[in-house]
Structure formats: C-alpha cells, structure tokens
Ligand binder design. Sequence first.
Ligand SMILES: *Cc1c(COP(=O)(O)O)cnc(C)c1O
Length: 395
Amino acid sequence: MRDDTRLTHLGRDPANHAGTVNTPVYRSSTFIWPDTGTLENHLQQADDPHYRGHIYGRNGNPTTAAFEDAVAQLEGGFRGLIMPSGLAAIVGAVLAVARAGDHILVTDNCYWHARQVFDQVLPRYGIQATYFAPMLGADIAGLLRPNTRLVYAEAPGSSTFEVQDIPALAEAAHAHGALLMLDNTWATPLFFKAFEHGVDISIHAATKYLVGHSDAMLGVIVTTEALYASVRETVRQLGYIASADDAYLGLRGLRTLGVRLRQHQRSALAVAQWLQQRPEVAQVLHPALPEATGHALFKRDFLGSTGLFGVVLKPVYAPQAKAFLESLQLFAMGASWGGFESLIRPQQRHPSAHIEPGVLLRLHVGLEAVEDLIADLQQGLERLSVTPLALRNLS
Ligand SMILES: *Cc1c(COP(=O)(O)O)cnc(C)c1O
C-alpha cells in the first residue's frame, strides 16, 4: 500500500475499541488485574520487549503504543518509543547506546539544543562529543576513534540546511562497529525512509510536523530490531513517557501529514524561488533548489521537501533587519516550526557553515495562501532599502 493509504490506517484498531474509528485516549497510570494469575503473567513478561500487554502508565498504554507503531511502520523501522519531547528523544536514545568512555561524532549543523546536550550534559557522564563538517560523507572514516560508539546526523541540518550523505555515513560507522543515529524531524518518516538508508536509530521532534498544529510537545525514537529492546529498557528506566492525550494528537496529525506536507512543500518552494530573485537576498538555503549544498543527495535519497528553509539577507543595519521582521503580518516571530502557521526567526550559524555573509533567517512556510505570504515578505523587504535614518522618521 502507498503511504497516503497507510497514513489513514496506521495506529487504528476499531475492532478492539468498540468500533470507534480513532484509537481512543487511554488516560491511565494503573491497570488492574482480575486475579493473581493474570498479575503474575503480566509481571513475568514485563521486561520482554515483544510483550504488548499494559502494566503501568510509564510503560505505555494502547494510545501511546498505537502512535509508536504508526510512526515506526511509516518510517520502515522496527518499533517506536514515545517520548515527552524531541529533545528527550535525542537524550534518551544517546544515553541508551553510549556509556562512560565513549566518543560520539556529531554533525556540526545539528539542532542547537542537541549541541548543548553534547557539550554540556554528556561530558559530566564521561561521554565526549566532537563535531564533523556536515558534507564529509565517507571521509568521516578518518575521524572515527577506537571508542567512537555513535555517529549523529541531521539531514538537512535545521539551521543551515546541508543535506548529508546518510548511506555513506552509515557505511563508515558500521565498518567501524559504530551506530548511525539521525534526527529526521525535517523530512519526517514520510519523506525520508531512514531505515532503507542504513540508519540504526532515528528520532523525531513530533512536536513539529507529526503533531502539526503547534499544540503539543512530543518526541519519538524509532530503532532497528537489534537495538529496540535495549533502547526501550534504558528510556523507560530513565522514566521517559508521554501522555495519551499527546499521543492522540500525534495520531491525529498523522492522518493529514501527506496533504499538509505537500502544501508546505509547494508553497515553501514557491517562496524560496521568489526570494532568490530579490535584490535584498544573498542566498536561499533550501535542499530542493539546485544550488543547495547536498542537492544531489537530496534528489537521490529524499521523497520530498518540507516548509522549513533558510535565507541570507545581504548585510543590513540592525534597525533595518528589525523593521523587516516587525513589519511582517503573516510570518510570526517564534521558536519551533511544523505547525500550520508561518514563522520567521534569526538563526545561528554553526562553526563550519559555508554561507554568504549577511543576516541568516529561518522561515517556516505554513498553509496560508502563498500569494499572501509573498506579498507579506515583499512589503517587508522593501523596508530594507530604506536607510536607518529614514526609518527612524517613518516609525
Ligand atoms: C524542535 C527540534 C528538536 C527538539 O524537539 P522538541 O520537541 O522541541 O524538544 C529536535 N530536532 C530538531 C531538528 C528540531 O527542530
């Protein structure tokens, strides 16, 4: 079956839920047992990763399990583990596979808060991370150390949008006995099939496109069969779980993921191409544009692009950039992305970013009419040609 059909069926089981179309919200900390035999039966199997019975809320319930299964099946992994946020998924997965004395090679264009975990939290537990230039590909072999346990990738990076060679990173890591972990939030399980490309563990900030409506925090880890039991054991021992209400929002988001992403894709590309023609713009960072770093890899490995990309404005005075951002009516300034609404924000460059000088911004193109979005950006960009002195008089 094709993905659009699977998106309407994954994680649903009407026969076991009174015929209701959607898997209901099971608000549950406690499951009770009718007799001591059932109790013993549950407890004996509690540590078996293949056991699907429910014992205690922290181990999940039918709603969280439905979300885990749906995401894992869509991505082509073995099984998923629901997490309270995308960052918790990163931390939980890394702690599940790395131990004191291990080394991790991290892509230099990774999500900023992941970088803080690698730099500030993990060293306290004896895990050391160093960074590699995102386009290194197979040459990463030269950086692998005897104690390198994990290569951590994010393709494309969510601040500067280089598309990495995931199969080459996987091959080099595996030849060395290391694992490849991927933050697949940008492409989602719909547009990048991580497990066909050699990934061992993928994580998603489901907060973004999977939930899709800017109204819940959620994460998920998906693994191969070989890793599932040990990753599950660690993340549940650490106490990570998400609520059934948020799992329900994740499942509901999945139903429209295909239609939403196709509109995000179409509109973001139109906005990106329009921006490329503007005199105020130095560079547009969008994996689906032929000029993009790693575009050939994007075409080879990805099934589509989404609504998040970067733009570098030619150098302007700070008050001009401020006036541009504050003039926008449809692009709100805000953290996060992946909801139905358009967002814009200034963005940090990672140390090895080879991009033009100027003001780096990140746009999330939402589901509004693209003509309105372009008109909004146009009136804003026109303010950049006004000098700061004239701006003061204007405001
Ligand atoms: C937002 C984000 C995360 C973290 O997800 P949260 O749910 O906010 O914790 C991780 N990776 C990427 C690429 C993100 O954009």
